[in-house]
Ligand binder design. Structure first.
Ligand SMILES: Cc1cc2nc3c(=O)[nH]c(=O)nc-3n(C[C@H](O)[C@H](O)[C@H](O)COP(=O)(O)OP(=O)(O)OC[C@H]3O[C@@H](n4cnc5c(N)ncnc54)[C@H](O)[C@@H]3O)c2cc1C
Length: 564
C-alpha cells in the first residue's frame, strides 16, 4: 500500500516551471482552471538561455494581458537590434553588420502596415532568467494556480477518469495527487515523456560552452556600436549575446575547458574592462522531436516534446505556442464544452509545427556553419591571402547569417494542416507545411488570423477574446443567429464581429471567417454554413475523429472566399 501523503485533487498538474509550464499555468489560471505546478528545482536560477520572445509569442502574451510587463522587464525598446560578425574582437570594424530596427521603430512600422504582413506587435528581448519569475508572478495572480519548487514529479498512472501523479519533495517525502490531466513541461530530460514511453527522435550535435559575464559599462564602450549579437569569425564558434539589462553578456564557444572561456572573453572584447564571471557551463545542440504528444490524460509540451538548436530562437517560442494551443483546449474540455477530439488536435496541430521549427532551426544553423566554415587561419593577416579570405567569408555571411534572424514566415506563417477540429475547404495534401522563411498573410483554414487595424487604432486581435468569433466582412452583414445558437447550445463562447476597419475586406476578402479562441482560422465561407450545428460540433471537438472531412470540406469549399 502506498505510504504517500494524498494531496487534494486538482484539475491539471503541470510538471516543470520553465517558461512553457508557466505560460500554460497562466492560460489555464485565467480560464478559471485549478492548476498545481511542481518543479524539482529549488527556485529560479540565472542560466543564460533564451533571450527573445518572438512576435507570435508576444501577440499571445499581449492576449494574456502581460505584454507591457514583459517589455518593461526586458531590453530597452529603443536599443538597436543589430547583428555583427567581427574578426577576432569587437573593438575593430566588423566584417558584416546587419541592421535591425529597435522594438519602438518596429512598433511604428507595424502600425503603419495596412496589408497584414506584420504581427500586431514586435518581438521582445528578455532573458529567460528575467522572464521566468515574471511569469510565475503573473500565474499566481490567478487564485486557482499554485506553484511549488523542490517537488519532483517522479511517476504517474492513469485511468479513464484521472491521472494520479507521484511527487517527491527535497526531503524525500512522497505525495500522490489525482488530477483530470497531467502535462509534462519538464524539459529535454522529461520524466513524463519517458514514463509515457514516447521516443525522442533526432540528433545531438555540437557541444558548446557558455559563460555569463557581468560588466557595468562594456556595452557603452564597444567601439563598433551597440547591438544584440556579436559573432566572432574564429575557429571557436564564438558568439557574444547582450542580455536584457545590457550589463550581462553570455558567451558561447567551442573550447577545450571551462577555463578557456575567460581569456576568450577578454580577447573578444579587445580592450580592458572591469567584469565579473558569473557562470560557466556546457550545453549540447540538439534537433529532436517526440514521436507522440498525448496519451489519454497525460500530455507533453515545450522542450519535453521538441528540442531545437537555439539559432533562430525557436525553442521556448515553439513551446509557448504549445502552451497557448493546449491551454484553451484543456480549459474547454474541463469546462464541459470541449470534446476529447480537441485534445487529439493538440498533437495533430502542434507536432508538425515542432517538426517544421526543428527543420527551420537546422537550416538556420547550417547557414551559420556555412559562413563559419569560410574561416581560414590567415583571415586576419594583412596580406592578399588574408584579404581574399575575408572577402570570401563576408560574401557568404551576408547571405547565410540571415537564416538565423529573418524567420518571420516560420514564426507567424505556420498552418495547422491535419487537424481533426478544423473545417478545411480543400484539405491540405500533407500535414507538413513548406519551410517558408518569408511571411505572407493567408486566410486559408488553419492559419493564424492575419492582423488588421481598427479605425480606433486597436488591433483586431485586441477586439477578440478567448472565444470563437465569426468575422463578418460581407457587404450587407449576415444574421448568424443559427451559428450563435449552435455554439451556445454547447456552452461554447461565440460572438460575431464586423471589424470597424478600412483594411479588413482587402485582407480577408468579402465573406466570413470563423476563428477559434487562439485566433486560428477554423472555417471560412462566402455565406453562412448550411449545417451550423455540425460545424459547431466539429470545431469544439465533439464530432468525433474524421468528422471534418465529411462535414466541413466539400460543402464549405463551394462557398469559400478567394483572397488571392
Ligand atoms: C544557450 C541557449 C539559448 C537559447 N536561446 C533561445 C531563444 O533565444 N529563444 C527561444 O525561444 N529559446 C531559446 N533557447 C531554448 C529555451 O531555453 C528552451 O526551449 C526553453 O527553456 C524550454 O522551456 P521549457 O519550459 O519547455 O523547459 P525548461 O526551460 O527546460 O524547463 C523545464 C522545467 O522542468 C523542471 N523539471 C524537470 N524535470 C522535472 C520533474 N520530473 N518534476 C518537476 N519538475 C521538473 C526543470 O527544473 C525546469 O524548471 C535557448 C536554449 C539555450 C541552451
Amino acid at each position: 500500500m502506498s505510504t504517500a501523503t494524498q494531496l487534494p485533487r486538482t484539475q491539471v498538474v503541470i510538471a516543470g516551471a520553465g517558461p512553457v509550464g508557466l505560460t500554460l499555468a497562466i492560460a489555464l489560471g485565467q480560464a478559471g482552471i485549478a492548476v498545481r505546478l511542481f518543479d524539482k528545482r529549488p527556485g529560479f536560477g540565472k542560466l543564460p538561455k533564451m533571450e527573445r520572445c518572438n512576435a507570435r509569442t508576444m501577440e499571445n502574451f499581449r492576449r494574456l494581458g502581460i505584454e507591457d510587463e514583459i517589455r518593461a522587464a526586458g531590453l530597452d525598446n529603443d536599443m538597436p537590434m543589430d547583428v555583427f560578425i567581427c574578426l577576432e574582437d569587437i573593438a575593430r570594424p566588423p566584417l558584416v553588420k546587419h541592421e535591425y530596427e529597435s522594438v519602438n521603430e518596429l512598433k511604428a512600422e507595424y502600425r503603419a502596415t495596412r496589408d497584414a504582413s506584420t504581427a500586431a506587435v514586435p518581438y521582445q528581448l528578455i532573458s529567460q532568467y528575467t522572464l521566468e519569475p515574471l511569469l510565475r508572478d503573473v500565474a499566481l495572480r490567478s487564485p486557482s494556480v499554485s506553484i511549488e519548487f523542490d517537488r519532483e514529479v517522479t511517476d504517474f498512472r492513469q485511468t479513464a477518469d484521472e491521472a494520479i501523479v507521484n511527487v517527491r519533495d527535497a526531503a524525500g517525502a512522497e505525495y500522490e495527487i489525482a488530477a483530470d490531466f497531467l502535462v509534462g513541461c519538464d524539459g529535454g530530460g522529461s520524466t513524463v515523456r519517458d514514463r509515457l514511453g514516447f521516443v525522442l527522435e533526432g540528433e545531438s550535435m555540437l557541444e558548446m560552452r557558455q559563460a555569463l559575464f557581468y560588466s557595468e559599462d562594456l556595452l557603452d564602450r564597444i567601439p563598433i556600436g551597440k547591438g544584440r549579437h556579436y559573432h566572432i569569425a574564429d575557429d571557436h564558434n564564438s558568439f557574444l549575446i547582450v542580455q536584457d539589462d545590457k550589463k550581462h553578456f553570455s558567451l558561447h564557444a567551442t573550447v577545450e575547458s571551462d577555463d578557456d572561456m575567460i581569456p576568450l572573453f577578454e580577447k573578444i572584447v579587445g580592450f580592458p574592462i572591469d567584469y565579473t564571471t558569473l557562470y560557466i557551463g556546457r550545453w549540447t545542440q540538439r534537433l529532436m522531436l517526440a514521436d507522440r504528444y498525448r496519451d489519454g490524460r497525460v500530455l507533453i509540451a515545450g522542450d519535453a516534446a521538441h528540442l531545437v538548436i537555439p539559432t533562430g530562437g525557436l525553442g521556448m517560442n515553439t513551446g509557448a505556442g504549445d502552451a497557448i494551443d493546449l491551454g484553451w483546449k484543456l480549459a474547454a474540455v474541463l469546462h464541459g464544452w470541449g470534446g476529447d477530439t480537441l485534445l487529439d488536435a493538440y498533437e495533430a496541430e502542434r507536432r508538425p509545427v515542432g517538426r517544421r521549427n526543428i527543420a527551420a532551426s537546422r537550416r538556420a544553423a547550417q547557414g551559420r556553419r556555412t559562413w563559419r566554415n569560410m574561416w581560414r587561419p590567415e583571415i586576419a593577416e594583412d596580406s592578399p591571402e588574408g584579404q581574399a579570405a575575408r572577402a570570401a567569408l563576408i560574401e557568404v555571411a551576408e547571405r547565410e547569417q540571415r537564416w538565423s534572424n529573418d524567420l518571420y514566415g516560420i514564426e507567424l506563417g505556420y498552418r495547422y494542416q491535419g487537424s481533426p477540429v478544423l473545417a478545411y475547404g480543400t484539405p491540405p495534401a500533407s500535414v507538413d507545411q513548406p519551410l517558408d522563411f518569408e511571411y505572407s498573410p493567408q486566410t486559408e483554414v488553419g492559419f493564424r488570423l492575419p492582423n488588421v487595424w481598427l479605425r480606433d487604432g486597436r488591433a483586431l486581435q485586441d477586439e477578440l477574446g478567448w472565444e470563437y468569433a465569426l468575422i463578418d466582412t460581407t457587404a450587407e452583414g449576415v444574421n448568424a443567429a443559427a451559428v450563435a445558437e449552435a455554439f451556445a447550445s454547447r456552452g461554447a463562447p461565440f460572438r460575431v464581429v464586423r471589424p470597424d476597419s478600412d483594411d479588413a475586406s482587402a485582407v480577408y476578402g468579402e465573406g466570413l471567417l470563423l476563428v477559434r479562441p487562439d485566433l486560428h482560422i477554423a472555417w471560412r465561407g462566402a455565406a453562412l454554413p448550411d449545417d451550423a450545428a455540425g460545424l459547431a460540433a466539429l470545431l469544439t471537438g465533439n464530432a468525433g475523429p474524421g468528422a471534418g472531412g465529411s462535414l466541413g470540406a466539400h460543402q464549405l469549399s463551394q462557398t469559400a472566399v478567394s483572397t488571392s
